[in-house]
Design a protein around this ligand. Structure first.
Ligand code: NDP
Length: 311
C-alpha cells in the first residue's frame, strides 16, 4: 500500500518527502556506542612484530570486525599499525603491557566499555632468553615465567570474564612445553596431565620451580633445565584448566579456548634459520581464533598444524 502510494510520486520528489535536517542525519554518540557494541572485536597481545603482527595481518583480512594490534610500547605499536596500513589493512591500536596489571585492567575496561567485551583474544606475547645468554638460570626462570606464565594468566583472569558468548581464546604456547613435560619427573607429569589439577595447584607448581632454581634445587625437584619450556608447559596446562572451567561455569556460551604451537618461525625470538615465515606461523593461531560459530571443538587442547596433539 505504502509502496503503491510512493510509486505514484515523481522520483525527484521522493527525497524531499523524507528530508531530514543535517543534525538528524548525524549519528548521535548513543547511536555510535550502540554500533560499537554490536561490532565484533579481536585483540592480540604482543603484536607489534613477529607472529603477533602476522596474526593481526591475517585477522584484518579474515575477521568480520575490529582488530586490535596491542603492544607494550606505544611507538612500536603505532609503527606496526602504519606498516599494515601501507598494505591496505586497517588495524586499531591499544597499549597493553601484560607485565603491568594496570595496563591489563585499563585495556579490559576499554573493551568492555566500547564493545561490551571481546570476541577473540589471542595471548601471543612471550619472551625467551637466547641460548648463549649468560644471565643466571634462576634469573632467567623468574623473568621468563613472569611474562609467559604469570602475566599471561593475569590477562586471562581479567579478560575471560569479558569474553562474549561464542568467543574464541587462543594461548600461543609451544611444542617446547610438551617436550619439557615429557622431561619432568613422573610425579610432575602426572599432575600436569591430570584432569583434577586446579589453577591454584598449577600456580603453586610454577612458583615452586622458580623458588627451586634460586636454591639450585630444581633438578632434584623433578624439573628439566629450561625456563622457557617450563613456562610453556604451565601455559598449556593452564589453558586446559580454564577450558574445563568455562565448560562448567558457562556451558551455554560455547566459548572455545585452546593452546597452540605456531611452529618454528623466523622472528627475533627464533632467528633467521627457522623454517616458517611469520605469516605461516600465524595459520594455526588464526584457525583457532576463527573456529566457526556453533563449533564445539577443539576446546581445552594443545593444537599444532591445525591438529590436536597428545599431551
Ligand atoms: P618476538 O620476540 O618476535 O615477539 C614477541 C612479542 O611479544 C613482541 O611484540 C614483544 O614486544 C611482545 N612482548 C613481550 N613481552 C611483552 C609484554 N610484557 N607485554 C606485551 N607484549 C610483550 O617473538 P615471536 O613472534 O617468535 O613469538 C610470539 C609467541 O610465539 C611467543 O609467545 C613465543 O613464545 C611463541 N612461539 C614462538 C616460536 C617461534 O619459533 N618463533 C615457536 C613457538 C612458540 P616488544 O617488541 O615490545 O618486545
Amino acid at each position: 500500500m505504502l509502496r503503491k502510494t510512493l510509486s505514484s510520486f515523481p522520483p525527484l520528489f521522493l527525497p524531499f518527502c523524507f528530508a531530514a535536517s543535517p543534525a538528524q542525519l548525524q549519528p548521535t554518540p548513543e547511536d555510535q556506542s550502540k554500533t560499537a557494541m554490536s561490532t565484533k572485536v579481536a585483540v592480540v597481545t604482543g603484536s607489534n612484530k613477529g607472529i603477533g603482527l602476522a596474526i593481526v595481518r591475517a585477522l584484518c583480512k579474515q575477521f568480520q570486525g575490529d582488530v586490535y594490534l596491542t603492544a607494550r610500547d606505544i611507538g612500536r605499536g603505532q609503527e606496526a599499525v602504519k606498516s599494515l596500513d601501507s598494505e591496505g589493512l586497517k588495524a586499531k591500536f591499544h597499549q597493553l603491557d601484560i607485565n603491568d596489571l594496570n595496563s591489563i585492567i585499563t585495556a579490559a575496561a576499554f573493551f568492555k566499555d566500547k564493545y561490551g567485551g571481546v570476541d577473540v583474544l589471542v595471548n601471543n606475547a612471550g619472551i625467551a632468553f637466547k641460548v648463549a645468554d649468560t644471565t643466571p638460570f634462576a634469573v632467567q626462570a623468574e623473568v621468563t615465567l613472569k611474562t609467559n606464565f604469570f602475566a599471561t594468566r593475569d590477562m586471562l583472569t581479567h579478560f575471560l570474564p569479558i569474553v562474549k558468548a561464542g568467543g574464541r581464546v587462543v594461548n600461543v604456547s609451544s611444542f617446547v612445553g610438551s617436550r619439557t613435560l615429557n622431561n619432568c619427573s613422573p610425579a610432575l607429569q602426572q599432575r600436569f596431565r591430570s584432569e583434577d589439577i586446579t589453577e591454584e595447584e598449577l600456580v603453586g607448581l610454577m612458583q615452586r620451580f622458580v623458588d627451586q632454581t634460586k636454591k639450585g634445587e630444581h633438578k632434584q625437584g623433578g624439573w628439566p633445565e629450561t625456563a622457557y619450556g617450563v613456562s610453556k608447559t604451565g601455559l598449556t596446562a593452564l589453558s586446559m584448566i580454564l577450558a574445563r572451567r568455562l565448560s562448567e561455569k558457562r556451558p551455554n556460551d560455547q566459548i572455545l579456548l585452546n593452546a597452540c604451537c605456531p611452529g618454528w618461525v623466523r622472528t627475533d625470538m627464533a632467528g633467521p634459520k627457522a623454517t616458517k615465515s611469520p605469516d605461516e606461523g600465524a595459520i594455526t593461531p588464526v584457525y583457532l581464533a576463527l573456529l566457526p560459530p556453533g563449533a564445539t571443538e577443539p576446546h581445552g587442547k594443545f593444537v599444532s598444524e591445525k591438529e590436536v596433539q597428545p599431551w
